[in-house]
Design a binder for this molecule. Sequence first.
Ligand SMILES: [Fe+2]
Length: 382
Amino acid sequence: MMRAINIYNPGKVSVGAGCIEQLANDVLVCGIKKVFLITVSAVLKDIDPVISSIKKNGVEVEMAVDLPGEPTFGDFEGLLKKASGFKTDCVVGIGGGSIMDVAKIVAVLIDSDQKLKDVVGIGLLTGRKTKLFCAPTTSGTGSEMSPNSILLDESDNSKKGIISPFLVPDYVYIDPVLTIGLPSNITAFTGVDALTHCIEAYCNKNAHPVVDAFAMEGITLIAGSLENAVLNGDDVEARTNLAIGSMYGGMCLGPVNTAAVHAMAYPLGSEYHIAHGLSNALLLPYVMEFNLDANYQRYADVAVALGAGEGNDDIETAQNGILILKNLLKRCGVPSSMKELGVEESKITQMAQSALKVTRLMMNNLKEISLDDAITIYKNAY
Ligand SMILES: [Fe+2]
């Protein structure tokens, strides 16, 4: 029997070029008097008219611009202090996944007795009183649509997930214009992250027909537009397709989530500070190769969505898909081995041990991964 799933989507999702303008009116309609905006300097020029419009309506705006890197527990505490001091009545996150992840946690804990360390895990938040607005400036994490936030815990240098429906924003603006200035490598890495969300949700122990539809559409859109967006960043149509594909990827994260690629990518991020999307890109083809015989049909569907030709059977089609994927990554200038990024081969066992600890994702993987399997996959990706 089909299992029941819950889908928590934002209250309003605006999609399309220029839709960020709607933020000013939505803030007004909500009766908000103080806006705490967490954003990135790269889009300040783009969002200046919206901020001016908000201020014209008599609303105060306090800004935190740019995080030093991937958001840490310490960064979060600093932002929470600043937002509390300002006595904000809403949090707006306009940026990549890191910015939105931290904005989501600030919004949920600002009016709460709960502390960050108490809410790490699944479903531990008790509520959110503060309005939350998010707008992505990359097409990748899908954080604007998801109930997940990932922060780096400095105490053990590992990424911790906070997962709760209360992290889903009230208002979301998916405006491809905000992604136009992204450098080509960031476009490629973040795009592959979104693609990985879709592939890992479709080929997942907990796959679900409702989410399959999001995943398939996401794979088709991203595979069809990634190269154009990377090679010509001003291509609004390609940017729009990527933004929508990323949104679908985000919609896969709540009800199904990712699997071994993400679990194995985490040590590359925390140990070597390799960008999240790039870490996924390094591992995706090799985890797919490992998983293939668990469900050739699913991987054949993915292959067709990636643009591969149909083979004589699902096995051949699925294998074509991995080749198509490797070629796409190459054409987008994505590095193809851990070695070229300075990862030490001697660290592979340690990384495999650390990846196996990410049980919340590993348990979704189509095939069980032993320590030896994880070592082999890392070596193949090396
Ligand atoms: Fe991801």
